[in-house]
Ligand binder design. Structure first.
Ligand code: PLP
Length: 334
């Protein structure tokens, strides 16, 4: 895959580790061997998956002469935290549009990423109601900034367009190289499926290097059919960008909807169990919104013998641990 044809900033300092999780595998009966790709350890304040996408998105912004970034997310968005962090490093102004997806939950004093927005001195925060047209809200902000003489660049939610998804196609290549170097065979990869850039990019990248490893997405908000369509559309667009059209089709996209619970960001018992199991067996910190629910899916699939005995299963840890501190009451009450 030819990544050098695209503007790219270099935020990574080499591959993130792939580690075995022997204690967690044992705690789940030893039927499968679990591994974790530590994208929670990516550079960028407090780590996480958006750094890979932002290598491409912020490079595109700089190539277009932007001096200001406008992006959006939920009120505890990791994407907003990392876009702000890398904007600080690139000396770009950063403005956030935050969606209060669960009415009444926005609290200006909240911990987690909300605190980090302030600490890194976000230029502005605009809170909008759940279900708002986020692109329209970002365009309104950009117009206001242009009128004030700025050159704004809009990054969509989660940096999940075909530019951002390149970051996860590149991650797939990184994984395949690591597996070859360490002579490890992985039978299945489990990823969170949210705004879909991570899931789409990985599927495209694995196809692009003939990796032949099935990828399953664990949904964090949508129903199965809707999420699979979102992932497929973005995967096709990303494959076209990399001129590997025809490589990805609907059969390659598999999503599980069973671990969302009552909705995006709302705690579930299986998420709490998963966060505790990862912390207590492997000392790995997940988050309540994405990696915790994804791990709950992984654990349930292992328990239900979804993977053949002895399979090697790789969990992509996308980060998000600052959000734990906004949910302490949930964990203490359980
Ligand atoms: C954004 C995010 C995801 C989901 O990635 P998408 O590309 O939006 O699907 C997963 N985990 C964490 C911690 C995230 O911040």
């Amino acid at each position: 895959m030819k990544f050098s044809q695209f503007p790219r900033r270099q935020y990574l300092q080499g591959a993130t580790p792939i580690e075995a999780m022997p204690r967690l595998s044992h705690a789940l009966g030893g039927k499968v061997n679990l591994f974790v790709k530590r994208d929670d350890l990516l550079p960028g304040a407090a780590g996480g998956n958006k750094t890979r996408k932002l290598e491409f998105c912020l490079a595109d912004a700089l190539a277009e002469g932007a001096d200001t970034i406008v992006t959006c997310g939920a009120i505890q968005s990791n994407h907003c935290r990392l876009t702000l962090a890398w904007s600080v490093v690139e000396e770009l102004e950063c403005h956030l549009i935050l969606e209060e997806r669960v009415a009444g939950t926005y609290n200006n004093e909240a911990s987690g990423n909300n605190f980090l927005f302030e600490l890194m001195s976000v230029k502005s925060k605009t809170i909008v109601d759940g279900g708002s047209d986020m692109m329209a809200a970002m365009e309104t902000k950009a117009k206001e900034l242009r009128a004030a003489g700025k050159k704004p660049y809009i990054i969509p939610g989660g940096a999940s367009n075909a530019i951002g998804a390149l970051g996860y196609a590149a991650c797939a290549e990184e994984i395949i190289n690591q597996l070859n170097d360490s002579r490890l065979l992985i039978d299945h990869i489990i990823v969170p499926s949210g705004s879909a850039g991570t899931h789409s990019g990985l599927v495209v990248g694995i196809k692009g290097c003939s990796g032949n490893i099935p990828v399953s997405g664990i949904n964090v908000s949508r129903k199965k059919a809707e999420q699979e369509e979102l992932v497929l559309d973005l995967a096709l667009e990303t494959a076209e960008k990399l001129t590997i059209q025809g490589s990805v089709n609907a059969d390659d996209i598999v999503c599980f909807e069973d671990y969302v619970g009552e909705g995006y960001s709302k705690p579930t018992d299986s998420m709490i169990e998963a966060v505790e199991m990862f912390a207590r067996n492997e000392a790995i910190l997940l988050d309540p919104v994405y990696s915790g629910k994804t791990a709950a899916g992984l654990i349930d699939l292992v328990r239900n013998n979804h993977f053949p005995d002895g399979a090697n299963v790789l969990f992509l840890h996308t980060g998000g641990s600052p959000v734990l501190y906004a949910y302490m009451d949930t964990f203490r009450a359980s």
